[in-house]
Design a protein around this ligand. Structure first.
Ligand SMILES: Cc1ncc(COP(=O)(O)O)c(C=O)c1O
Length: 391
């Protein structure tokens, strides 16, 4: 008999891992709107509004602020391939999984990464970045603002100041910070940044918002030779998003509808209010976890959108995550690289950064840990978290 394929019926998960986060229903509705041509006057207006709203969330006046068609890694690759050529040195912050990915892409561009290393779970030090700049010919510093693999927030503002001193460009990965964690591209002095749609923006994965200032646009234009990638060449993509709308590729129209709605929600709520919601939710979560006898990976520089928590001895990582998924419908993440089996990653991103989810995950974790023989006093975590929300 011929194979029959059932209708899609995905489970309704509470996505509290490193991303994707849950999508706002308004975004899903926007994505189901009728398709128009990608050069339809209606869509051209939508493109303009998406650029305006992206400038709002990035806090920038940068003209070239657009979504790249592809996930966060496409934004990473776009940034690096446009900035780095054969023989170029690039200072790369290396204190997590995504810093490693940046370093790998620099090598693939023919460049040499000057790696500034810190232990996973520690933040980068501005002094170490300065040393690397002073002892190299690097004209670009690349770092991850919000390291999703370790739950560490980098001192971006401080490092930007150093980078300015050396007249280099600062590239910041803001995949897990945009829309949820304090970020001000212009005021911090970030020259170029890319993000992703599936974290604090509560949109499905598929686009990578990017912003670059005129200094960076000029840097890209002045580079010798052609950019290695045709699809990710910002000189070409720019022409599609500019007034002339010179055809480059067919924009993923439904994704752009979705992104516009996600950004419109943040605009209505207020960006700074969103940052505060993330901060409060993560503080409450950490207090709750500590009260249950659990420790975060780092004690300082905790990232509001993602908390990395150490797995207590004797507790099996995979078993706990499986129980959370099967019995409580909650997804949390495991560790990456060297941290595999050592940490869990709990994301509270966008609409998920709320009191209800903090309570739900603490309750589920408490019950699951008890099943694993880890002693937790009933409701102690929740009581500690509630103190933060009640303040
Ligand atoms: C900090 C960071 N950078 C880059 C990426 C890559 O993004 P994507 O998986 O959307 O390609 C991720 C994904 O989780 C991330 O967390």
């Amino acid at each position: 008999m011929e194979k029959r394929y059932k209708e899609l019926a995905p489970p309704q998960r509470i996505l509290l891992g490193p991303g994707p986060s849950n999508v706002d229903p308004r975004v899903l509705q926007a994505m189901s709107m009728p398709l128009v041509g990608h050069l339809d006057p209606y869509f051209l207006e939508i493109m303009d509004e998406v650029m305006e709203l992206l400038r709002y969330v990035f806090k920038t006046g940068n003209r070239l602020t657009i979504p790249i068609s592809g996930t966060g890694s496409a934004g990473m690759e776009t940034s690096l391939i446009n900035l780095v050529g054969e023989g170029d040195e690039v200072v790369v912050g290396m204190n997590g999984f995504f810093g490693q990915r940046m370093s790998e892409i620099v090598r693939r561009c023919g460049g040499t990464p000057i790696e500034v290393k810190e232990a996973w779970g520690e933040a980068l030090k501005a002094d170490s970045v300065e040393k690397a700049l002073a002892n190299s010919n690097a004209k670009v510093v690349a770092l991850v603002h919000a390291e999703t693999s370790t739950g560490v927030l980098q001192p971006l503002k401080e490092i930007c100041k150093i980078v300015k001193k050396y007249d280099a460009l600062l590239l910041a990965d803001t995949v897990t910070s945009l829309g949820g964690v304090e970020l001000d591209i212009d005021q911090f002095g970030v020259d170029i940044s890319y993000s992703g749609t599936q974290k604090c923006l509560n949109c499905p994965p598929g686009l990578s918002p990017i912003t670059l200032n005129e200094k960076t646009v000029e840097f890209v234009k002045d580079r010798e030779g052609k950019i290695q990638s045709w699809y990710l060449d910002l000189n070409l993509i720019e022409k599609y998003w500019e007034a002339d709308r010179f055809y480059h590729h067919t924009a993923p129209i439904s994704m752009i509808y979705g992104l516009r709605e996600a950004l419109r929600i943040i605009y209505e709520e207020g960006l700074e209010k969103r940052w505060l919601q993330h901060l409060t939710a993560s503080r409450a979560l950490i207090k709750g976890l500590n009260a249950m006898g659990l420790e975060t990976l780092s004690t300082k520089n905790n990232l509001p959108s993602l908390t990395a928590v150490k797995i207590p001895e004797g507790v099996t990582d995979a078993k706990v995550r499986k129980t959370l998924l099967n019995d409580f419908n909650i997804e949390i993440g495991g560790g990456l690289g060297d941290l595999k089996g050592k940490i869990w990653r709990i994301g509270l991103m966008g609409i998920n950064a709320c009191e209800k989810n903090v309570i739900i995950v603490l309750e589920a974790l408490e019950r699951t840990l008890r099943m694993e023989g880890f002693s937790v006093k009933p409701s102690e975590g929740i009581a500690a978290a509630m103190e933060v929300f009640e303040q």
